[in-house]
Write a new protein. Structure first.
Length: 250
């Protein structure tokens, strides 16, 4: 008997699937070729207008909420004051630097040596290899600090001393603080008994020429008043400073 010439039935669905897939990709490719290409557009950022230069002598309400440029010399109407020690200065900012003499461990391999250093931070001696005779105090009796003048003016405009006087910020005056010598007579009587004068600084200890661990020294610097050019937004009598440039030093 002759063999049947019929193909197996399971081949028919497979052929149909293959044809369907081929047709889909064929017509999809033709559609993509025929689709118009969207034009490429470029956007441009509108130019920012230059700030309007105004006189520092008076505040013009017509410039409210606008960016302005003001030139002149800063003036301190209320001094910067260290509220803890009572020291004050006619400056944009008063900076207090407090340091304590402490032990520092320096080890190399199995050998360690111990030296004394002035540090504004507590150096923990709890993990020293040789703690006997090298114990540091657990805390600083006084820490460093910054004190802004409460009222700084550029002509008729009031500016934020905390912003312009912070010399570590990009928006600051970028002028280095200058030394500000102080003496015990500037302190309240109840605090003056704890310090003595030493090279323009305050010293808490028996003998500044022979300091011992635990002695404290306090020195000051100031951000002084200078001639400036300031750009910022006018809000009433306030100038919200965005950029400041020193044009002359004291």
């Amino acid at each position: 008997m002759a063999k049947s010439s019929k193909q197996p039935r399971y081949l028919i669905p497979i052929v149909l699937v293959v044809v369907a897939i081929f047709s889909y990709w064929y017509f999809r490719g033709r559609h993509q070729q025929a689709a118009p290409t969207a034009p490429v557009t470029t956007s441009t950022t509108p130019a920012v207008p230059a700030p309007r230069e105004v006189s520092a002598d008076s505040v013009d309400s017509a410039n409210e909420n606008k960016t302005i440029l003001v030139k002149g010399r800063l003036a301190v109407k209320a001094p910067a004051q260290d509220t803890q020690l009572g020291v004050s200065a006619d400056a944009v900012m008063l900076l207090r630097f407090a340091e304590m003499l402490q032990w520092q461990e320096q080890c190399s391999g199995g050998d360690c040596k111990y030296i004394t250093v002035w540090s504004p931070q507590v150096i923990s001696s709890r993990r020293f290899r040789e703690q006997e005779g090298h114990k540091n105090p657990d805390r600083l009796p006084l820490t460093s600090g910054r004190f802004s003048a409460s009222d700084v003016r550029l002509g008729a405009f009031r500016v934020d001393a905390g912003m312009i006087g912070n010399y570590r910020l990009t928006s600051g005056l970028k002028t280095k603080p200058t030394p500000y010598p102080v003496n015990v007579s500037q302190l309240p009587s109840n605090l003056a008994i704890s310090f003595r004068d030493h090279n323009g600084a305050l010293y808490a200890g028996n003998d500044p020429e022979h300091p011992v661990v635990g002695d404290v020294r306090v020195s000051y610097r100031v951000i002084p008043v200078v001639d400036v050019e300031m750009t910022g937004i006018q809000r009433g009598e306030r100038l919200m400073v965005q950029k400041s440039v020193v044009t002359s030093t004291p």
